[in-house]
Design a protein around this ligand. Structure first.
Ligand code: SF4
Ligand code: SF4
Length: 470
C-alpha cells in the first residue's frame, strides 16, 4: 500500500486501532489487563519445606524486637541517637560504611545462591512471597476453597458476600497492622511503643509509619500480590543474568508430557493429562508447560500439584520438577563452575574483610570542634584557644578515657583529661589550650588530640592552635 492510500484510510477510520487494522497492522494494547488469580491450595513436599523455612523467619521477624540485650532492646535502629544496635554490636554513623558493606555482602550471597539454585529466595523466603501466602491462607479461611471464591467473586453483592469479604479484609488489616507495628518496633523501643499505643499517646511520626507500613502490607500482600513480583521487583528482572544452563529451575518435562491430552485412552499421548492443576495453584497465574518464564518465582506449587496428579494416575512423579537446562537436554549439571566459584571467592573475601574491619574498628571516637565565638583569646602574656571535644565510647561497657594533647609548641591543657564514660555514651567535653605568646612563631600550629581507654583502644584527631605573631 502506498503512503497516500494509508493516509486516506487512516483519516476515514473511527479510531486509531481501526485505522491500524484497515491499514493491515495488528493493534497493540500497551496496557495489560490483570487477570484475577484464584489459587488452589495444595499440599506436598515443597509446601512443607516452605512451612519449615517460612515460619522461623516469620517468628524471627515478630519476636526479635522483643529480645533484650543488657538494659536495651537487642536489635534497635535508633535513628534519633544515630546508633544501630544489633545484639552486642553498636553501629555509629562512622561505621555506616560497615553497614553498606554488609548490604553488599548480602547481595553477593544472594547472587551466589541464585546462580546455583535459581529463585529460591523468591519462592521460599522473600517477604512478599511469605506475606502473600499468609494472605491467601486468610482468604481461604474467610471465603472458602478456590471454587467457592470464584463463585463468590461472580455473585452479586449481598449479605453473605459482604460478611465474607468483610471478614477477609478485617483479618488482612489486622495482620497488616501487626506487621507495620512490629516494623516500627525495630526503630522505636517496642515496649514503649505498646504503652504509648494503649494510652493513645503514640507520637505523630510513629503513628504515621505504623499506618504507612500497615497500608503497604495490606496492598502489597492483599491486592498487588504477583504484580509486585512481575512488574515492581527489580531483582526479578536482573536475576536472569545470574542464570546459566546449570542453574536450578522449575521445569516441565516436554519430552515426557507431550502431546498432552485428557481421556482414558493414552495412545499416542504423553504423561500430561491436561488437568490444569499446575496452572490453578500457580500464584503468578502462568502455565509452566509454556516453558521457563520470568514470572515464575520458583515456588514449586506446580511441582507438588503435578506430583499429586501423577501419583493418582499411577505415573512416576517429576513431570514438573526442579532441574537444569543441561539435564533437560540429557546432560549432567555441574555444581562448581566458573561463575559460582567466582561469586564464592568474592563472597569469602568480602566476609573476611568485613569481620576483620568489624573486630578492629575504633571503639573510642573523638571529634574536635573549635569554639566558634573567637579564633583565640590574648590574655596578658598568653594566647588561649577553646575547643569542644565530642568523645564517643562505642563499647557496651563503661570505661575511662585519658586525653593527651601533643603539639610542636609547649601548650598547657586546661580542663579534665581523665573522663569517666558509660558504654555507648557520647560526651561533650570543653577543653582549652594555653601557650605563652612568645612561643608562637607562626599563626597556626597543628595540635593532636589523642584519647585512649583503659583497654588500650585509642583514637586521635588533629586540629589547630591559632594566635597572633609578633
Ligand atoms: S498438573 Fe501435571 S498433568 Fe496436570 S496439566 Fe499440569 S503438567 Fe499436566
Ligand atoms: S510456574 Fe510453578 S514454580 Fe513457577 S510460580 Fe508458578 S507454581 Fe510457582
Amino acid at each position: 500500500m502506498n503512503a497516500d492510500a494509508s493516509q486516506i484510510i487512516a483519516r476515514d477510520a473511527a479510531t486509531p486501532n481501526e485505522a491500524a487494522e484497515v491499514a493491515g497492522f495488528a493493534p497493540v494494547d500497551l496496557y495489560q489487563r490483570r487477570e484475577k488469580i484464584f489459587t488452589r491450595q495444595i499440599e506436598g513436599r515443597f509446601q512443607r519445606l516452605r512451612l519449615y523455612s517460612g515460619w522461623p523467619l516469620l517468628l524471627g521477624y515478630f519476636l526479635v524486637p522483643w529480645l533484650e540485650w543488657g538494659d536495651r532492646q537487642a536489635v534497635l535502629f535508633d535513628l534519633p541517637a544515630r546508633q544501630f544496635h544489633v545484639l552486642f554490636v553498636t553501629f555509629w554513623p562512622q561505621d555506616f560504611v560497615l553497614l553498606g558493606a554488609l548490604l553488599i555482602i548480602a547481595a553477593f550471597a544472594l547472587f551466589t545462591v541464585t546462580s546455583v539454585v535459581g529463585r529460591i529466595w523468591c519462592g521460599y523466603t522473600c517477604p512478599q512471597t511469605v506475606w502473600t501466602a499468609i494472605y491467601m491462607w486468610i482468604e481461604q479461611v474467610a471465603e472458602g476453597p478456590r471454587h467457592a471464591r470464584v463463585r463468590l467473586d461472580r455473585a452479586p453483592w449481598g449479605w453473605e458476600k459482604i460478611r465474607k469479604r468483610g471478614l477477609k479484609h478485617g483479618m488482612w488489616l489486622g495482620w497488616a497492622f501487626f506487621t507495620g507495628f512490629t516494623f516500627v518496633g525495630y526503630f522505636t523501643p517496642i515496649r514503649e511503643l505498646v504503652t504509648s499505643l494503649v494510652t493513645f499517646e503514640v507520637g505523630t511520626w510513629s503513628a504515621f509509619w505504623i499506618a504507612f507500613f500497615t497500608a503497604a502490607t495490606y496492598f502489597n500482600a492483599g491486592w498487588l500480590r504477583e504484580q509486585v513480583c512481575i512488574y515492581m521487583c527489580p531483582y526479578a528482572r536482573f536475576q536472569s543474568a545470574m542464570f546459566d544452563k546449570d542453574t536450578l529451575i522449575v521445569s516441565y518435562d516436554t519430552a515426557r508430557g507431550e502431546p498432552r491430552g485428557r481421556g482414558q485412552s493414552r495412545d499416542g499421548l504423553g504423561d500430561c493429562i491436561d488437568c490444569m492443576l499446575c496452572v490453578q495453584v500457580c500464584p503468578t497465574g502462568i502455565d509452566i508447560r509454556d516453558g521457563l518464564q520470568y514470572q515464575c518465582i520458583g515456588c514449586a506449587h506446580c511441582i507438588d500439584a503435578c506430583a499429586d496428579i501423577m501419583t493418582k494416575v499411577g505415573k512416576p512423579t517429576g513431570l514438573i520438577r526442579y532441574t537444569t537446562e543441561h539435564e533437560l537436554e540429557g546432560g549432567r549439571s555441574q555444581l562448581l563452575r566458573g561463575r559460582v566459584v567466582g561469586y564464592g571467592i568474592a563472597l569469602l573475601v568480602m566476609c573476611g574483610v568485613f569481620v576483620n574491619v568489624l573486630l578492629n574498628r575504633d571503639l573510642v571516637g573523638i571529634d574536635v570542634l573549635r569554639e566558634r565565638g573567637e579564633l583565640y583569646r590574648v590574655e596578658a602574656a598568653t594566647v588561649r584557644n577553646d575547643y569542644a571535644l565530642k568523645l564517643i565510647n562505642k563499647a557496651q561497657s563503661a570505661t575511662r578515657l585519658a586525653i593527651d594533647v601533643q603539639a610542636s609548641v609547649p601548650v598547657e591543657v586546661i580542663g579534665a583529661t581523665d573522663i569517666e564514660i558509660e558504654g555507648g555514651e557520647v560526651l561533650n567535653v570543653p577543653i582549652s589550650l594555653v601557650l605563652p605568646r612568645d612561643a608562637l612563631t607562626v599563626p597556626s600550629v597543628d595540635v593532636r588530640f589523642r584519647i585512649c581507654d583503659v583497654a588500650g583502644h585509642c583514637n586521635e584527631e588533629i586540629s589547630r592552635f591559632l594566635g597572633p605573631v609578633r
